[in-house]
Design a protein around this ligand. Structure first.
Ligand code: FAD
Length: 383
């Protein structure tokens, strides 16, 4: 694996770093307090090509390799995980899945709009009764002539209230032993689809997380994405790549924690010297620094495998597991360096800890990542 960035990769990383400094950092505290990122950020992300990374240029994407995608995601995650999540879902889970599985018509209909930020996508898999056990989902799509009629409820859907298109997973076949889940591209303004914002989140407060209620939602059969019955495989392949993006976002959180803690340790004085001169504070800082490097290397390894066309799913689970747990540890260690000030939202580390916590839960909890890794090691599925 070549760890040296190319000129193009360094340029796109710098573009993202500058974007965060200019368009994100000044607003982070206000967006978090208001529980609302300014939606105009989506067009700005699209304008710089961040919503089209790795999507072919013929569909409005900005091309690029997966390491570039990691670099941008890390910078966005360093700035604000709520903003990073917009990209990870609309590009990573939705646009890239359309690029892989969509018909020519679906690609032309959605990709230019999604990659430019004119439209935004959400990924509707989780339901109130099925989270980790997503294959058991209860939402149903019943064929009726040239249409499907969909009924069910999705919950915890990132970008849910903002989305123009829902990548929706619904059961189309109930016969025993048949997984029978299919994927659909549902325009969010389809009659019968209502959305409710979920308030009171511990972190990612700026993000539009929603419950989606589908009551007799009638969609033409042309909304089916990929073959009928392939939906579960489509969801799992999207999430495998998505885990790389979550891991890169976690590296961003860990780096933000490190930068803030080092800066503060050099300024704050106790016992007649800066706290940076106390050995136990240096231990906290060095633990964060090692986690940053380890999480980043595991994440880049996934990008490298994808760009070489090799199997990456287990590596993605390892990276997501390690980076998400590391992000929580790093933010918590940074908060310790800040002492009581870390507990106040004028200082950045409390938000980093709140935002980090969900990373061990979504796109497969830490326990689910361990079961994926365990299955690869033993050949036995222990779900
Ligand atoms: P459960 O599956 O009920 O798990 C509860 C606990 O049991 C966990 O500790 C879990 O690890 C453990 N557990 C479950 N099964 C096993 C097992 N076999 N062995 C060992 N332990 C097990 N979903 C979407 O579809 N789209 C989104 O955009 C999206 N965004 C989200 C945003 C936020 C802020 C949050 C909080 C969630 C989001 N999710 C989204 C949902 C997320 O993916 C689920 O919350 C996650 O998969 C876990 O499901 P659950 O919450 O139902 O927990």
């Amino acid at each position: 694996m070549d760890l040296a960035l190319s000129v193009e990769q360094e340029a796109v990383r710098k573009l993202a770093e500058d974007f965060v400094a200019r368009e994100v950092a000044p607003h982070v505290v206000a967006w978090d307090r208001a529980e609302n990122v300014d939606r105009s950020i989506v067009k700005k992300l699209g304008g710089l090509g961040f919503l089209g990374l790795t999507v072919p240029e013929e569909y409005g994407g900005s091309g690029g390799d997966h390491l570039s995608y990691c670099l941008v995601t890390e910078e966005l995650g360093r700035g604000d995980s709520s903003v990073r999540g917009i990209v990870s879902v609309s590009l990573g889970l939705v646009a890239k899945t359309i690029a892989s599985w969509g018909s020519e018509e679906q690609k032309r209909q959605w990709l230019p709009r999604l990659t430019s930020g004119e439209a935004i996508g959400c990924f509707g898999l989780t339901e109130p009764g099925t989270g980790s056990d997503a294959g058991n989902l209860a939402t149903r799509a019943v064929r009726d002539g040239g249409d499907y009629v969909v009924n069910g409820t999705k919950t915890f859907i990132t970008n849910g209230t903002w989305a123009d298109v829902v990548l929706l997973f619904a059961r189309t076949n109930d016969s025993p032993g048949h997984r029978g889940v299919s994927a659909f591209l549902v325009p969010a303004d389809t009659p019968g689809l209502t959305r409710r914002t979920i308030h009171g989140k511990l972190g990612l407060r700026g993000q539009a997380t929603a419950e989606l209620i589908l009551e007799d939602v009638r969609i033409p059969a042309s909304c089916l994405l990929g073959p009928e019955g392939k939906g579960f495989s489509i969801a799992m392949s999207a999430l495998a790549k998505g885990r790389m993006s979550v891991a890169a976002g976690c590296v961003g959180i860990a780096r933000a924690a490190l930068d803030a803690a080092v800066r503060y340790a050099g300024e704050r004085e106790q016992f007649g010297k800066t706290i940076a001169r106390h050995q136990l504070v240096q231990e906290l800082l060095s633990d964060i620094a090692v986690d940053v490097d380890a999480a980043r290397l595991l994440t880049w390894r996934v990008a490298d495998l994808i760009d070489r066309g090799q199997d990456f799913a287990t590596a993605a689970s390892k990276a997501k597991l390690y980076a998400s747990e590391a992000a929580v540890r790093c933010a918590n260690n940074a908060l310790q360096v800040f002492g009581g000030y870390g507990y106040i939202d004028e200082y950045p580390v409390g938000k980093l800890l709140r935002d980090a916590r969900v990373m061990t839960l979504y796109e497969g909890t830490s326990q689910i990542q361990k079961l994926i890794i365990g299955r690869a090691l033993t050949g036995v599925s222990a779900f």
